[in-house]
Write a protein that binds this ligand. Sequence first.
Ligand code: ZN
Length: 408
Amino acid sequence: MQLRYSFRLYPNGPQRSALARAFGCARVAYNDALRTREDARASGLPFVPSAVLSKALTEAKKTEARSWLGEVSAVVLQQSLRDLDAAYRNFFDGLKGKRPRMGAPRFKSRKDNRQAIRFTANARWSITPGGDLSLPKIGDVRVKWSRRLPSVPSTVTVVKDASGRYFCSFVVETDPADDLTRMPETDAVVGIDLGLTHFAVLSDGRKIDSPKFLRRAEKKLKRAQQALSRKAKGSKNRDKARIKVARAHARVADARREFHHQLSTELIRDNQAVAVEDLAVKGLARTRLAKSVHDAGWSAFVTMLEYKAARYGRAFHRVGRFEPTSQVCSNCSVQDGPKPLHIREWTCGACGAVLDRDINAAVNVAKAAGLAVTACGAQVRPVLVPAQRVEAGTHRDGQTTVVGIPAL
Ligand SMILES: [Zn+2]
């Protein structure tokens, strides 16, 4: 399977200028090619093939207007054309219904938040004996290697993010069969409900909220955004505030990724099988819940669960979103209809179990995936109402799972 590894890069002054030039050239190569295709489309001509664009790029370098394209590695420019091809492919596949619909490829701008260039093996990039990343026409850039690469990658992508940080990222092929990091087998299985009141609720009754470090980063971001909105347009201070917002954004993204990594690793380590509801985030994202859906970053988290499960030999189940997880009692499986969102807890009319909406959903997710979870203590808890109320309830089979302890 393929895994992506990213590391922070620390280019010096001249290297930063060279990278800025490379980002700029890659952008121009991309935009020129996009314009060629769009012009052809506008005049009713057939789709311009990649080979033609590639040849046009080589010709353009000989002209005075575009001679500076020769200052960067030719591979970077060719990869930029590949990116354009990929953008078109995704767009066309979306139109054909092969994948979610995407917009047509758009022109890149110097003001884009993320700039990236890619070097393939042809570009003869390398990692120096001293551990620097040696990039053609840029130099030997210092890298902070936070993890060991499992194998030698052939391609490196260099990225500059919105807050001005540089990263290099590698896609590495790993073979799960000879992965030495396999985790010991366990009998435990878990269903996960990704909710709005908590980040995740587990079928064992645990409710997980985002950690303090993430909430703190989010609070700082909010303050930075408010400060920005108070600055006059076009002022120096506004520019400064904008950079602060971008940095705070990056910190929130980092903190969120860190939290997702921690939680997904823990769940995969502790369980042999993991079941999660298919979110169809795209559908939810159009509703008023959109903001919290995006903030929670569920799909990124689910993706992590999935690849870690594959990596460590665990089973991963995605349960269709049409399973009525909130309508069925996870204890006796009787379906008693939908409940409005504000109802967080109810008593099952059939078996009398007191059901917590989120935990009930998590147990149902696990069951729908065929995992043998038992409605545990946290799921079916004693009712804290006077005993006779419980006895007055309907007990279809006379079996009382719930102990009617009178409130003391
Ligand atoms: Zn029930």
